[in-house]
Design a protein around this ligand. Structure first.
Ligand code: MLT
Length: 222
């Protein structure tokens, strides 16, 4: 991905795991989440917000000096209630950073697909669902979530990308967890003993909240 991706209302999807984790943090009472592209930015922001947790991953692991990794299970209510979290990840927060021009930007995943899909529809006009993918390749779990995001929209509103995502979603919805577990990144996480994160992320509509980017870059619940 290069350049600014969107000048339209946008939902960024990184099912495994960045946007799922953003949803989890805010659903669990986090005060705000600041996604940043680079680890140095994350640590610099901690200097400005010393009470914030710094979370994220490189190669799926918690970077040295960080408070938490990128697992939704690392941010339970007792840890995040009333706190800010600064997050940097390999693909998801990069995709968010490349949507600077979007006039309305939300974080989407399977766990909030219906809520975020309806919120995006309410923006009216052209809209975009950006799938973060992995290392420049499409990711099955992101296409699935994109299909779940657009499924309640009238078919006439779908572009070809939405049709492809909806077709993949409809084929997989009745065996969602099995399908997500077949994805390349899910299998990678499983080899790192992170299968619980994959199971967590595959719970459709488990957290019906809509994290929205404010003007200052922090995501809060809409
Ligand atoms: C990413 O942004 O690349 C992902 O969230 C990676 C992960 O932590 O699973």
């Amino acid at each position: 991905m290069t350049g600014d991706l969107s000048a339209h209302p946008t939902v960024v999807v990184d099912t495994l795991r960045a946007t799922t984790t953003i949803v989890a943090i805010l659903a669990n009472g986090g005060e705000g989440v600041l996604p940043v592209a680079e680890m140095e930015q994350a640590l610099a922001m901690r200097a400005r917000f010393p009470e914030a947790l710094v979370g994220g991953e490189r190669n799926n692991r918690k970077p040295k000096g960080f408070d938490a990794g990128n697992s939704p299970r690392e941010f339970p209510p007792e840890r995040v209630r009333g706190r800010r979290v600064i997050l940097t990840t390999t693909n998801g927060t990069q995709a968010i950073a490349r949507c600077q021009s979007a006039p309305w930007l939300a974080a989407g995943a399977l766990v909030n697909a219906t809520a975020v899909g309806l919120a995006l529809w309410e923006q009216g006009g052209d809209a975009l669902v950006v799938c973060a993918g992995g290392r420049g390749y499409p990711a099955l779990e992101d296409v699935l979530a994109a299909g779940a995001v657009v499924e309640l929209w009238p078919r006439a509103a779908w572009g070809d990308g939405a049709r492809i995502a909806a077709a993949v979603w409809h084929q997989a919805r009745d065996r969602l967890l099995d399908t997500v577990r077949e994805a390349v990144h899910a299998r990678e996480l499983e080899t790192m003993h992170l299968v619980e994160d994959v199971i967590w992320a595959a719970q459709k509509d488990y957290c019906p909240v809509v994290p929205i980017r404010r003007r200052d870059g922090w995501f809060q619940l809409g």
